[in-house]
Design a protein around this ligand. Structure first.
Ligand SMILES: [Zn+2]
Ligand SMILES: [Zn+2]
Length: 440
């Protein structure tokens, strides 16, 4: 069985009880071990941008990498195998893996590249994840009762606006009917193809139809939060990429103007480790100031991140610093992503963790800047720094975590959008019903 590393696209070999993967030409190093008995995956991620993907055929967006040299990879691989073997020998069935595990065990790992390897090792972390039909089935049992229709009344009368990120295949105007079909009351979408810089121009006909449909289905501006594409990095040390990102952001803002949309959400950016965080933050604010000065009526909504790699925005202080540098404070805000907050270290599965996130949001950023919410459970554990969205109730945040959120009045009247993995059996419409049912 072959899986693909979403970091570099490299194939991951499936052998009896162990997945192992070392990207050879690209830069990422991902080593995955699976215990059949426990249905648990042990994954060493030795790269900031590389994530684990299970062999269920699901694809992720590719990410960029830091280059790790071949000798470094080999040395880290040896060391990792040694640690894993030592730590989990009792739990992992290694019996049939003699060849892949023991071949280098006696080799000394000290080499000329030792210093660099130390640096790479700093990035090495062990991620233990539970997967498999058992835990899925358990989660399903837990959440299914909440899939019942909460009743149109509850949905229509609520000032909690829950919806999902939907496809815009065939035109941005399709987003409104797509979310209508799911019975959602908030919507997110990309305003262009998310995989390429160039975008087809937004025609007058599409824009007019979008506005007509919003009117028809009573979608107001506080229920719509489009998402900027992931290629953008307004905080990049590379001036060319920065310019390209700012241009892309500006064009999305102009699309918003034309569509009558008042907010655009995007990931702040990344320093890529090649520039100090402060300078990256300055660049992001410059991009925001530029697009705000050239457009009217659209607010820039920065998303909190999960502290993965060099991304900016996992620490609320970073978001605050960007806001501080934005000239027009009335047109900047924050969208809180629950999965990112959890992965960044706020344990939303319990009340203390939730309160500490909200209190810090209030004291560091200010609740008036809260413009939207991304509702995602997390595949990774708290503080894992992994951006791995999971269906509501299936991940480590859990149902109670979301019950707390659904009953917090601070989230009234802002768009709350699901970004859970689409098309794998748990439908958005079920999740929307589930969330409405959690409102007490
Ligand atoms: Zn998000
Ligand atoms: Zn995410």
């Amino acid at each position: 069985m072959i899986a693909h590393c979403p970091g570099c696209g490299y194939s991951i070999m499936w052998r009896q009880s162990v997945y192992s993967h070392v990207a050879s030409s690209a830069a990422c190093l991902l080593i995955i071990f699976k215990s059949n008995q426990l249905n648990i995956h042990f994954c060493y991620v030795i790269n900031k941008f590389c994530l684990l993907e299970m062999p269920n055929g699901k694809k992720s967006n590719k990410r960029r990498h830091e280059q790790i040299s071949e000798p470094e990879k080999q040395t880290v691989l040896k060391q990792t195998k040694r640690v894993v073997t030592k730590t989990f020998t009792s739990q992992i069935d290694l019996a049939q893996e003699n060849d892949s595990f023991k071949e280098n065990d006696s080799d000394c790992c000290c080499s000329s590249s030792e210093k660099k390897v130390d640096f790479v090792q700093l990035e090495m972390k062990l991620v233990v994840q539970k997967f498999g039909p058992l835990s899925k089935a358990k989660a399903l049992k837990l959440v299914t009762p909440y899939f019942n229709d909460p009743g149109q009344d509850k949905i229509i009368k609520s000032n909690m606006f829950i919806g999902a990120h939907v496809s815009v295949k065939g035109g941005v105007d399709n987003a409104i009917e797509n979310i209508q079909k799911l019975n959602g009351r908030a919507v997110a979408m990309f305003l262009r193809s998310q995989r390429q810089w160039n975008a087809k121009p937004l025609t007058d006909a599409v824009a007019t139809n979008f506005r007509t449909l919003c009117e028809k289905y009573n979608f107001k501006s506080h229920q719509i939060l489009p998402h900027g594409i992931y290629l953008m990095n307004c905080g990049s040390p590379d001036a060319k990429l920065r310019k390209q990102s700012a241009d892309c952001l500006l064009s999305d803002f102009q699309r918003c103007e034309k569509l009558g949309i008042t907010m655009l959400n995007f990931h702040p950016g990344s320093s890529t480790g090649k520039t100090p965080i402060d300078s990256s933050i300055k660049h992001i604010a410059e991009a925001v100031n530029l697009v705000l000065s050239k457009t009217k009526g659209v607010t820039a909504v920065l998303e909190n991140m999960c502290r993965q790699g060099y991304t900016i925005g996992g620490d609320f202080h970073e978001l605050r610093s960007i806001i501080d540098l934005v000239d027009d404070k009335s047109r900047v805000g924050v969208c809180l992503d629950t999965c990112h907050a959890f992965a960044a270290g706020y344990d939303l599965s319990n009340e203390d963790g939730y309160n500490s996130m909200m209190n810090e949001f209030e004291s560091i950023i200010g609740i008036k800047y809260l413009k939207g919410l991304h509702l995602n459970d997390s595949k990774g554990e708290c503080n894992s720094h992994l951006d791995r969205h999971e269906h509501i109730g299936f991940g480590h945040i859990g149902l109670d975590g979301f019950r707390r959120i659904m009953n917090d009045k601070r989230f009234c009247n802002i768009p709350m959008v699901l970004e859970t993995p689409p098309d794998d059996g748990v439908l958005y419409e079920n999740e929307i019903r589930l969330l409405y049912n959690l409102i007490e």
